[in-house]
Design a protein around this ligand. Structure first.
Ligand code: F6R
Length: 242
């Protein structure tokens, strides 16, 4: 694991954007795996700015999001589809055929999950997967537990995740209890991984991810077994790494 500690959230976002832009510069048809939530917002803002200045070109890029709540309508402002449209696909003008996200409205969940895996394979696999991390060490919606799913699946959100994500909803009861998420195997197959974390509330999870044992109780710790991972954190999130 390569660890980069940045001064603050803005520096983290700029450095992450530089890494993503460099990879697209090298491979204009790159396949990106994308996360939602608060952490990558700065990265997306910096990438949109760079694209508007002509410093990076997303016209050949294909994207696959990690997850989507289930059930949820695409038009719901809390859906990850809406988030991506708002912060990334929309401003960059990414063509809908190239921007993928699990369908949170689906009736046939097993079909949606196997289709998603197939689409990733058909696109040639993920070149660069961007990840955030939960306070409990989850990545995607792969929550701590005795076992983890390898492939895209219907996941149950932990009580910690429901509490953390309730800030985006009216109250805790409004948070969907389930989500469709890539599995640990889907994530580990990416050729490169960039894990981002900001703020002291992520410090324990980052410490366990980087320095701890590999355990399904901290899903992100399994990233230690991946050959090409960069963990980019700000100083607050790095405080357990000293
Ligand atoms: C979101 C996702 C989650 C988040 C994590 C951190 O697509 O997969 O694993 O990355 O919950 O969320 P924030 O960045 O809001 O703290």
């Amino acid at each position: 694991m390569r660890i980069a500690v940045l001064r603050d959230y803005q520096s983290l976002s700029e450095r992450a954007a530089a890494l993503v832009s460099a990879r697209i510069g090298k491979k204009p048809t790159a396949v990106l795996g994308l996360a939602t939530g608060s952490t990558p917002l700065g990265l997306y803002r910096e990438l949109v700015k760079a694209a508007q200045r002509g410093l990076v070109d997303f016209s050949g890029v294909t994207t696959f999001n990690l997850d989507e709540y289930y059930p949820i309508e695409r038009e719901s402002p809390q859906s990850y589809y809406y988030y991506m449209q708002q912060h990334f696909w929309g401003p960059l003008g990414i063509c809908p055929g190239r921007a993928h996200i699990p369908d949170g409205r689906a009736g046939d969940i097993a079909g949606v999950c196997s289709d998603y895996e197939q689409k990733i394979m058909d696109a040639g696999g993920i070149d660069l997967q961007i990840l955030g991390i939960g306070v409990n060490g989850h990545i995607g919606f792969n929550e701590p537990g005795a076992a983890l799913s390898a492939k895209t699946h219907l996941a149950s959100l932990s009580a910690e995740t429901i509490a953390a994500n309730s800030r985006f909803f009216e109250d805790r009861d409004a948070v969907p209890r389930r989500a469709i998420s890539m599995g640990l195997g889907t994530i580990m197959k990416a050729r490169e991984i960039l894990l981002l974390a900001s703020g002291s509330e992520k410090a324990r999870a980052i410490g366990e991810t980087v320095r701890g044992k590999l355990t399904t109780e901290v899903p992100a710790s399994l990233l230690q077994a991946h050959p090409r991972v960069t963990v980019m954190v700000d100083r607050a999130a790095a405080c357990c790494l000293r």
